[in-house]
Design a binder for this molecule. Structure first.
Ligand code: PLP
Length: 391
């Protein structure tokens, strides 16, 4: 019998996202008529906007004709890279070779580890987007946790020891907070002083509205020397099912990281779907941007409604300003899976138990504004009834 990677076997027993899905499915089997409302998943509910859909239709037609047919494309088409540089990175002087198109930040954020030796010391915020931890472990990597807790406003203290790689997610999943210019600058200085690389996950940048929060890490001087930024069309343009992302590897990152990564791509990746890339290109059309902004405003209103509810019922909450998530302190001080069960059984609401995001999440839960407005209203109505009774 072949041996299996023990890290994959270990994952099976741990607190992972699929356990939420499994528990909800079990509940549904037993109670098929219950109306379950999910405030859990990070998946979007607004459909893809029409100009983007039309661009994808045209791309399908391209594939049907010899003159316009497209095949393998390595790390992406120049037509999309140029749009990204023009719209996202206008001021930073990037060239196409520094932009890499891919099929999802979930893949990108741990694929990038292939660039660095197995001995690289990886720092991951705790609580964290669990893929950094579990994806790295699947690759046989060890990760070290940087505590993000109430006492430090969920932004880890600058470490005294040397890390080679540090994951920063801003705006953060799950905590929903975002790093200000000042906070990020400290991390960039740390990375420069320690010859570290920051893996900056920026997939929620479209939700940023605070003036002191940068939309890209490259807004900070010197970030080009030490930061790889990852972003995706999943949340901003409802591409969770289409799959298209991008990341930036500046040429300034020492030693020759950009060139070596392109070598890696030529051996390990054959490109992102042409149709998805044409769709992503159309995201930047003014008529798409108008509709996309309305979608973001819709989710932001959802999260505000949830925030107002939790605050007025005496919960301590974090995030929700520059992010579609809020991080709620569990008032009853219950274990996070117990609270998950209570919400599912008594309220028919799915929340995400904080423990999934690391030990620091144990006394918290995450709620998401990506639901439909109808479901947000339903959830708030049920919670009001439940907590009203308890008061
Ligand atoms: N990074 C963070 C922080 C996320 O929360 C998610 C998805 O929820 C992803 C990356 C995955 O993005 P993609 O759909 O591009 O794979």
């Amino acid at each position: 019998m072949p041996k299996i990677n023990p890290e994959i076997i270990k994952l099976d027993e741990e607190n992972i996202f699929s356990k939420v899905i499994q528990k909800v499915n079990e509940y549904k089997k037993k109670h098929p008529t219950d109306d379950i409302v999910s405030l859990g998943v990070g998946d979007v509910t607004r459909p893809i906007v029409e100009p983007v859909v039309l661009a994808m239709h045209r791309a399908v037609d391209d594939l049907s004709k010899e003159e316009t047919f497209k095949g393998y494309n390595g790390d992406g088409y120049d037509f999309l890279k140029e749009k990204i540089i023009e719209n996202e990175y206008h001021d930073y002087g990037f060239v196409n070779e520094e932009i890499h198109i891919s099929n999802g930040t979930k893949t990108d954020c741990t694929s990038i580890l292939e660039l660095f030796p197995m001995s690289a010391k990886i720092g991951v915020t705790n609580a964290m987007y669990p893929v950094y931890r579990d994806g790295a472990r699947c690759l046989g990597r060890k990760v070290y946790f940087l505590d993000a807790k109430e006492e430090n406003n969920f932004i880890p203290d600058i470490p005294k020891e040397k890390y080679d790689l540090i994951y920063i997610c801003s705006p953060s999943n799950p905590v929903g907070n975002a790093y200000t210019y000042q906070e990020l600058k400290k991390w960039i200085d740390y990375a420069i002083n320690n010859q570290a690389v920051i893996l900056y996950d920026n997939v929620y940048s479209a939700f940023i509205s605070s003036e002191d929060v940068p939309k890209s890490i490259y807004e900070i001087d010197e970030a080009k020397q030490v930061a790889i930024e990852m972003n995706s069309y999943s949340k901003v343009a409802s591409f969770t099912g289409v799959r298209c992302s991008y990341y930036v590897i500046p040429k300034e990152i020492y030693p020759d990281v950009n060139r070596l990564w392109r070598k890696r791509i030529s051996n390990r990746f054959n490109g992102t779907d042409y149709i998805a890339q044409r769709g992503a290109e159309a995201v930047y059309l003014p008529e798409s941007q108008k509709l996309i902004k309305e979608n973001i405003a819709y989710y932001k209103e959802n999260i505000k409604m949830l925030k107002d509810f939790f605050t007025s019922y005496g919960f301590k909450i974090y995030g929700g300003i520059d992010s579609p998530y809020i991080w709620v302190k569990n008032k009853e001080n219950m274990e996070s899976w117990d609270l998950f069960n209570l919400y599912l059984n008594k309220l028919n609401i799915v929340i995400i138990p904080g423990i999934i995001f690391g030990k620091r999440g144990e006394k918290y839960f995450r709620v998401s504004g990506f639901a439909t407005r109808d479901n947000i209203n339903k959830a708030i109505g049920r919670m009001k009834k439940y907590y009203g009774k308890e008061k």
